[in-house]
Structures are given as structure tokens and as C-alpha cells.
Ligand binder design. Structure first.
Ligand SMILES: [Zn+2]
Ligand SMILES: [Zn+2]
Length: 273
């Protein structure tokens, strides 16, 4: 299953500027270990949006072609065109956290399509209230405050066509940050919780470094080393690769942190989100 979600930049139906994650998935079944190829239950493309190159992802149920946009930070026209070009029907808008590069386009996308917004966790309301102000500060005057149709909490599930994603509340970067996880394909969208080689910033109001470490090590790591994730910014990685090499949450770093307690020096964090 390690190739359950394979990333490619080109191929049939490729849309320029989008990173395509769809492709066949090989399952091994039966007592004789007979291989059979099945179509993957979900498809996904990453569409980096806003000057902060935030990884907005369009995911869809392969059976029904119903789609969700995770973290529409902006560039709504482009997202709608990508959805139409792939023959998908938008059904949901999912938000990992209330920062404007992740959620600044949610209100417009909802107004133009009528689909509901799900997420983030209610503790991010104060960030949602600031979307317009921070949008003006970061050169995104079109960023707008939105009203969610459903706050999400740890253990919730969100449905998309005939498939579903699990929700994990992962505070630390923001208090109401959630992560979306598709167990069958071992695919996660983690927003600004974890990056390839880094973790989310915790120097914002209500950020908390220890909460973030706990979210990653206690909620994400148990999902499996073979989980491939889309971070809020930058390239994809796997939980296993980060456990081996991440300078903030790698297994060796976490063990050293525990051994040294308060005396442990947190490495300097230059993460993008
Ligand atoms: Zn971000
Ligand atoms: Zn953020």
C-alpha cells in the first residue's frame, strides 16, 4: 500500500500548476497472495494557493466523483475550474484551521456553490474573526471571514460520497487545528501541524509548543509510519520519514526531550506556517 497515493506532476488529464495524486492502487488479497489491481477509493490533487503557497487539496470519492476542497485559502476561480475540468461535483469545504492562507477563500467558495463548510474546531473562532485583517496585512484583500456549518472535534468523521475521513483535533499551532485522515489509503492532510523536516509555528497567540508535540506524537504517529501526508506548505512526506529525521519530533529528539525535561533546548523553528 505504500503507493496508495502516488504523486505525479504530469499525465493524462493533468492540470497545469496542480500536483496530481491519483493513480491505481495495488492490493494483495487471498491466501495465495494473489495480486489484484483495484481503483483507489479516493483521488486528490494539490493546488498551492495564495502568496504563501498554501497546499489547498481537492479530494474526491472515486465512485461518485463528489469532491471536497480542503483549505481553500484563495484563488477560488482556479479551484472551481480544476473541479470542473476533472468532472467533479463539489460537496464539502473542509478547513484545518482558521489562518487566512488556509481559510480566506472559504466564504467565497461557499457563496458561489452553496456547499457546507466543515471545520475547524471551535477554539479557532478568534482566528476566523481575524481573517480579513490578516488578509489585508499579507496582500490578500479578498480574504473573508466565514461561518462554519459544523465545528469538528476529535473522533468525528466527515463523509464524502461513499467514503469518509476521520478527524483528529491537533492543537498547538492554533488551538482549534484539525487533521483529516483517510484510513483506507493512509492519506492525511495535516495543515500546519507537521511539515517535511519541520513543525508548525507556535509563537502565535494561543500557540503552544508542548501541545503541538503531543498532537504529533500521540495522535498522528499511532496512525502508522506508512501514512503519506500533505502539509500546509511544501512537499509531501510520510510519518515514518519524519519519525526518522524530523529535528523537532523525530523519535530520537522526542526521547532526548523526555530525558532532559525542562533543560531541553527547542531547535529554532523557521517553518513556513
Ligand atoms: Zn499555513
Ligand atoms: Zn497556520
Amino acid at each position: 500500500m505504500s503507493n496508495a497515493v502516488s504523486a505525479e506532476n504530469e499525465g493524462p488529464g493533468a492540470i497545469p500548476g496542480l500536483l496530481h495524486l491519483s493513480g491505481p492502487c495495488v492490493y494483495v488479497a487471498g491466501s495465495q497472495g494473489v495480486s489484484m489491481t483495484q481503483t483507489m477509493p479516493i483521488g486528490a490533487v494539490i493546488a498551492p494557493v495564495t502568496p504563501l503557497q498554501q497546499n489547498c487539496t481537492i479530494v474526491w470519492c472515486a465512485k461518485t466523483l463528489k469532491a471536497a476542497v480542503i483549505d481553500p485559502g484563495g484563488e477560488v476561480d482556479r479551484l472551481l475550474k480544476a473541479i470542473a475540468d476533472k468532472g467533479l461535483t463539489l460537496e464539502k469545504i473542509w478547513i484545518t484551521h482558521g489562518h487566512m492562507d488556509h481559510a480566506g477563500g472559504a466564504a467565497e467558495l461557499k457563496a458561489r456553490t452553496g456547499v457546507p463548510i466543515e471545520g475547524p474546531h471551535k477554539d479557532d473562532q478568534f482566528w476566523i474573526d481575524r481573517i480579513q485583517d490578516s488578509g489585508e496585512m499579507y496582500g490578500m484583500p479578498e480574504a473573508r471571514i466565514f461561518v462554519t456549518d459544523r465545528w469538528l472535534d476529535d473522533g468525528d468523521t466527515v463523509t464524502l460520497g461513499e467514503t469518509e475521513f476521520e478527524v483528529f483535533h491537533c492543537p498547538g499551532h492554533t488551538p482549534g487545528h484539525v487533521v483529516f485522515f483517510h484510513r483506507e489509503t493512509k492519506f492525511a492532510q495535516v495543515g500546519d501541524v507537521l511539515f517535511q523536516g519541520s513543525i508548525g509555528r507556535t509563537d502565535f497567540p494561543m500557540g503552544n509548543h508542548q501541545d503541538l508535540i503531543d498532537s504529533i506524537t500521540q495522535k498522528l504517529w499511532p496512525l502508522g509510519e506508512d501514512v503519506r501526508f500533505v502539509p500546509g506548505h511544501g512537499p509531501m512526506s510520510t510519518f515514518g520519514a519524519e519519525r526518522r529525521g524530523n529535528p523537532f519530533v523525530g523519535d530520537r529528539v522526542v526521547a532526548a526531550m523526555k530525558a532532559q525535561g525542562a533543560g531541553f533546548t527547542i531547535p529554532k523553528n523557521n517553518s513556513p506556517g
